[in-house]
Design a binder for this molecule. Structure first.
Ligand code: LIP
Length: 277
C-alpha cells in the first residue's frame, strides 16, 4: 500500500509529464490562426485548443487516478458542477490567458493544482511558448524552471510593483471600480503591470518580479495553482478584504508580505462579483 507521499510523488510525476505534452500542443498552435467561440462576454473566449488541452489533462489523470475529481474551466462552462470536496481534486485552467493565445501574445499558460481535503498539495503554472515552468509541492518550496524562488522583500506599498487586470467583464460598476483602483494604485505605488493571465500574474509575485497581485472576477481555476506557488515562495494569498482565500469567491489578493497585503487592502475599493452561475 503506497504511502500518501508516494501517491503525491506519483501525482506530481504524472501531471508534470502530461503538462509538458499539453504545452507542446499549445506551442504548436500559438502562432497560427484559431477557431474562437465567445463565452460570457464579447471578450471572453474559448478555442478548440482550450478544450483539447483540458480533455488531454483530465483523460490522462483519470486513467492514472480513477477516484480523483476535476474542476475544469471548460467543463464548468459546459455545465459541469464546480464543487470542491475533500476528495483529491484537480483544478484546471487549460489555457489561462486565452485572449492572449487568440492574439498570439506570448503570455498564456496551463494552470493546474491538486487539492486533497481542500488543501493544495501540487501546483504547476507552465507558459510553453516562453518555457516558463513554475512548480510547487506543499511544504517543499516553489521553483522556476527547477530553481528555488522567493517573493520580494518589499513591505512598503510606495515601493511596490502591482499586477492588476481589467478582466473580461464590461459591467459599468465593475469598470468604474477597476478604473478607480488603477488610479489609486498608480498614485500610491511604483506602477501596475497586466499579463492578461491571473496565474502568470501570481507566478510573477512568487518569482519576486512583482510585489502584489489582485483581481476581482477570476475563478478557482485561475488562482488554485498560483495560491500554492506564492505561499511556497514565502508570500501571502488572501481575500482582498484580508479574510482567508475562498477559491469560489472570484476574488484574490497575493503579496510578498502580510504588511504589504494589509496596506494594499486599505488602498483599494472592494468589489464582490456575482458567483458563477
Ligand atoms: C483570464 C484570467 C485573467 C482575467 C481574464 C481571464 P482565461 O482567464 O486569467 O486574470 O483578467 O479576464 O479571465 O479566461 O484566459 O482562462
Amino acid at each position: 500500500m503506497a504511502t500518501e507521499t508516494e501517491n503525491l510523488d506519483k501525482c506530481f510525476q504524472v501531471v508534470s509529464d502530461i503538462v509538458q505534452k499539453a504545452g507542446d500542443l499549445i506551442a504548436s498552435r500559438f502562432w497560427k490562426s484559431k477557431n474562437v467561440k465567445q463565452k460570457l462576454s464579447d471578450i471572453d473566449f474559448v478555442t478548440e485548443t482550450d478544450q483539447e488541452v483540458e480533455k488531454l489533462l483530465i483523460d490522462t489523470l483519470t486513467a492514472e487516478f480513477p477516484h480523483h475529481r476535476f474542476i475544469g474551466e471548460e467543463a464548468t462552462s459546459e455545465g459541469a458542477k464546480c464543487e470542491l470536496t475533500d476528495s483529491p481534486t484537480w483544478i484546471i485552467d487549460p489555457v489561462d490567458g486565452t485572449l492572449n493565445f487568440v492574439h498570439s501574445f506570448p503570455h498564456s499558460c496551463i494552470s493546474i493544482a491538486l487539492l486533497v481535503n481542500k488543501q493544495a498539495e501540487i501546483a504547476i503554472i507552465f507558459n510553453p511558448v516562453l518555457k516558463q515552468l513554475f512548480t510547487a509541492r506543499r511544504g517543499k518550496g516553489a521553483f522556476y524552471n527547477g530553481d528555488p524562488i522567493h517573493v520580494s522583500d518589499k513591505k512598503d506599498l510606495s515601493q511596490a510593483l502591482v499586477m492588476a487586470e481589467f478582466g473580461t467583464s464590461r459591467d459599468d460598476k465593475k469598470l468604474d471600480i477597476t478604473l478607480d483602483n488603477f488610479r489609486k494604485i498608480t498614485q500610491a505605488c511604483h506602477g501596475t503591470r497586466s499579463l492578461g493571465s491571473a496565474a502568470l500574474n501570481m507566478a510573477h509575485v512568487a518569482l519576486g518580479g512583482a510585489d502584489v497581485n489582485f483581481e476581482f472576477g477570476i475563478h478557482a481555476w485561475d488562482v488554485a495553482a498560483g495560491d500554492l506557488i506564492v505561499r511556497e515562495a514565502g508570500g501571502v494569498v488572501l481575500d482582498p478584504s484580508l479574510g482567508p482565500l475562498d477559491l469560489m469567491s472570484r476574488r484574490v489578493l497575493c503579496a510578498s508580505s502580510l504588511e504589504l497585503a494589509i496596506e494594499f487592502s486599505k488602498l483599494i475599493t472592494q468589489y464582490y462579483p456575482e458567483p458563477r452561475d
